[in-house]
Structure formats: C-alpha cells, structure tokens
Design a protein around this ligand. Structure first.
Ligand SMILES: C[S@@+](CC[C@H](N)C(=O)[O-])C[C@H]1O[C@@H](n2cnc3c(N)ncnc32)[C@H](O)[C@@H]1O
Length: 208
C-alpha cells in the first residue's frame, strides 16, 4: 500500500534545519550540481519565487557581485542580501516583463521557474495550467537570456509535455530532464533544463 502524504517528511525537516524557506531549495541545489550553469558574479531570474527557497540557493551561488531577481504573484519576504531584488509580479499579465526589467534589465545567465498554478486535483486541467505558466516563463527567458544562457522550468509530466520539450529544443542546444530527489514520491513534476540558449545578446563569459 502506498504511504500517506506526510508534509513533515525528510526534506521538509532538512529544510527547516538548514534555514531554507521551502524544500524546493534542495531541488535547485541538485539541478545546479548536475548542471553547473550559474557562477559567482552572474545574473539569475527566478519566476514564481515565493516563499524564496530557490532564491536562497541562487543568491548564494551568484554572491554579492552577482544579482538574483525573484518575482511572484505573492509577496516574497526579504532575503536580507542587497544583491537580491524581489517584486510582486503576475506572469500572466502583459506588464510582467516590463516590471522584471525595472528590477534588472538583463541579460540574465539563467532563468528559473518553479511556478505552479493552484491545483484543483483534475489532472488535465492542472497540467494545462502548469503548461501555460511554463510557456510564459519560456517567453520571458527568450526576452531576457544572454546567448549561451540556461533555462530551468518545472513541468508536470503528461499531456503536452513532449510538445513543450520540443519547443525548448528549438531555442536551446541541449534539453535535459531532471527529477530531483527532493520531489515528493507521488508528484508527477519534473524539471526541464535547457542549456546553450541559441539567441540573445553575446556577453563576456566571466560574469559582469
Ligand atoms: C512551488 S511554489 C514556488 C516555490 C519557490 N520556488 C521556492 O523555492 O520557495 C510556486 C509559486 O508559483 C507562483 N505563481 C503561480 N502563478 C503565478 C503567476 N501567474 N505569476 C507569478 N507567480 C505565480 C505561486 O504564487 C507560488 O509561490
């Protein structure tokens, strides 16, 4: 018999212990260990960043000479590091890109999205809404990434997942699938990691 859902599972407890705001901190940490696409001094944009688990990891990776921007439809509590900028932005609104560029105009070395809709428990609807957010995130990445930059997005596997993966392959030299260990056992989420953005401005590799 499958185990009941336990919100106080191993990664939940580990996150509390480490001072992370969400277990998802471990997910981006693992993704960056497997695909080291972000360095000190670089710029990263995190979409759907509340409460700030990803952002805590990303801020530490880029360090004080870098910039980490996080936006969400919900308020993100201050991270307390001057190189982290946050704002309330609804990615489904037409002004979203402008609002992001006010925080930092780019180009970014990495764009991440852990955005998720409020699920209603109907798989096809939840998948479709998740994919809509993925496509919005990809749209922002296309307008903010530097040439050679990377994109990481959470996707629910099912429905149009293979179609979206193909859309990513148009824009990135390589696309990998990662299902981090911190993912809940019964979740059908995974992350698509696009490496080597084919368009965008060419900037010096040593950061900014
Ligand atoms: C799984 S949580 C992100 C957790 C975050 N990565 C962390 O590590 O703390 C998904 C987030 O997506 C955000 N979200 C959903 N729809 C959004 C939208 N239209 N625009 C911006 N953020 C959105 C939610 O508010 C929620 O905070």
């Amino acid at each position: 018999m499958s185990k009941p859902y336990d919100p106080k599972d191993f990664y939940f407890r580990q996150a509390k212990k480490a001072g992370y705001r969400a277990r998802s901190a471990f997910k981006i940490d693992e993704i960056l260990k497997r695909h080291p696409v972000l360095k000190k001094g670089q710029a990263v944009l995190d979409l759907g960043a509340a409460p700030g688990g990803f952002l805590q990891i990303l801020a530490d990776v880029v360090g004080e000479k870098g910039i980490a921007v996080g936006v969400d439809i919900e308020e993100i509590r201050r991270i307390g590091k001057p190189w982290v900028k946050t704002a309330v932005v609804d990615l489904l609104q037409p002004a979203a890109l402008e609002q992001i560029k006010l925080l930092y105009p780019g180009p970014y070395d990495l764009v991440t999205s852990d955005m998720a809709p409020k699920t209603i428990g109907v798989k096809v609807t939840d998948e479709a809404r998740s994919l809509e957010l993925c496509r919005m995130a990809l749209g922002v990445a296309e307008k903010t990434l530097r040439h050679g930059g990377a994109f990481v997005t959470k996707v629910f596997v099912g429905g149009d997942f293979p179609v979206f993966k193909k859309e990513l392959q148009v824009h990135f030299a390589k696309v990998h699938i990662v299902r981090p260990a911190a993912t809940r056992e019964h979740s059908y989420e995974c992350f698509l990691v696009g490496l080597g953005y084919k368009h965008g401005p060419v900037v010096a590799a040593a950061g900014r």
